[in-house]
Design a protein around this ligand. Structure first.
Ligand SMILES: [Zn+2]
Length: 199
């Protein structure tokens, strides 16, 4: 059962059927910008930024992804006595790669990296949190060549506009992180998470 969610925009939420909106509002306090009172007092929270929408970093999304990751960590960790599960997606990396847009891919990855930083910093302090970072697939078959460390330059080339079967990185930090080493099926990642949650 969800305790916190954030995505899209309030404009999109208002386009949902009235009964859907009503059902969600019955359970969740919905905020359109960070709101200390709602964050402190609500039992369940939905954060739907009015302006951020699902813009890319290049379209001035700002720090929405890392700051909302931090908000979610604070919200969930202060409410649970038995831990929590949080999933954060940097969905615009994929969209930018479909467009073969080098600058957007780099900026989206750097923005996602800040969200990872928020999670790792919490895990370091908490000492009992597992952070797993991966992707559901590669997009664009991005090839890098002619790298020059001195000049800080390299050449990049997209070979495709679609999803590819290229293997993706899988990083894990914290307790049980050894389970996520080596080469594995992507479905094994979710199966292992479920096994760990059942313990
Ligand atoms: Zn895609």
């Amino acid at each position: 059962k969800l305790t916190f969610f954030s995505a899209g925009s309030y404009e999109l939420f208002e386009k949902q059927a009235p009964n859907v909106q009503k059902e969600i509002k019955k359970e969740f306090t919905i905020i359109e910008e960070p709101n200390d009172k709602a964050i402190k007092k609500s039992k369940k929270l939905g954060y739907l930024p009015t302006k951020s929408k699902t813009a890319s970093v290049n379209e001035n999304r700002g720090d929405f992804l890392p700051s909302t990751t931090q908000m979610a960590i604070d919200y969930l960790s202060s409410r649970s006595t038995n831990g929590f599960f949080l999933k954060v997606e940097g969905a615009r990396i994929d969209k930018s790669a479909h467009n073969n847009d080098y600058s957007a891919v780099v900026r989206e990855v750097l923005d996602f990296d800040k969200a990872v930083e928020a999670a790792i910093r919490f895990a370091e302090k908490d000492g009992n949190t597992l952070v797993i970072i991966s992707a559901d697939h590669e997009t664009g078959a991005l090839a890098l060549r002619d790298g020059n460390i001195k000049e800080g330059k390299m050449k990049a080339m997209f070979v495709s506009k679609g999803h590819t079967p290229i293997m993706v990185p899988l990083f894990a930090y914290g307790p049980q992180s050894k389970l996520f080493g080596g080469v594995q099926e992507n479905s094994d990642v979710s199966n292992k998470i479920l096994q760990l949650l059942a313990k």
